[in-house]
Design a protein. Structure first.
Length: 169
């Protein structure tokens, strides 16, 4: 999904994640969103916002379970990254760790708001590769917001332009 800043791409993701009120019906595996408990929905439909929240001092406290060591390596993160203080992480480390935090719950749908936007080329390639493999391995899907046309070419099966007051496929 792409379009100019401020047209509502992030709001669409937040509605799909059941984080804001919305109209219409959202189905997952043939069931409407309202039939899921909010916590169950958020395990199945994971939102990775452009800036993730961190609510305790140590990274590992934010994980429901440990990520696969291979995932840390693929994202260029040191083995001790989970034991570090959030305050001492770079924005890129936070971004990659937030992705891992979402993936450990094995969601069926990933809602990704520019997951590689502030990363160097090697880190962005690692994120793209891990997400692509996760989607293939888990039979999951993703809705990916990106302003980067090359990234959309590499990652998208379909693309939707969101414009002011309308959505164009």
């Amino acid at each position: 999904m792409h379009g100019p800043s401020g047209v509502g791409k992030s709001q669409i993701l937040r509605a799909l994640a059941d984080m804001i009120e919305h109209e219409g019906e959202i189905l997952l595996e043939g069931r409407p969103q309202w039939q899921y408990a909010p916590s169950a929905w958020r395990r199945k439909v994971a939102l990775l916002p452009a800036e993730s929240g961190w609510w305790t001092d140590v990274v590992i406290d934010h994980f429901s379970q440990l990520p696969q060591p291979e995932w840390l390596e693929r994202l260029g993160l040191a083995e001790d990254a989970l034991n570090r203080s959030v305050a001492h992480l770079s924005s890129g480390e936070r971004q990659r760790l937030a992705l891992l935090r979402a993936l450990v719950n094995r969601p069926r749908v990933l809602l990704l708001d520019e997951p590689a936007a502030n990363l160097d080329e090697a880190s962005a390639a690692g994120v793209e590769s891990l997400i692509r493999d996760y989607l293939d391995d888990e039979g999951a899907c993703a809705i990916w917001v990106s302003h980067d046309s090359a990234e959309r070419e590499r990652m998208a099966n379909q693309s939707m332009l969101v414009a002011a007051n309308e959505a164009v496929s």
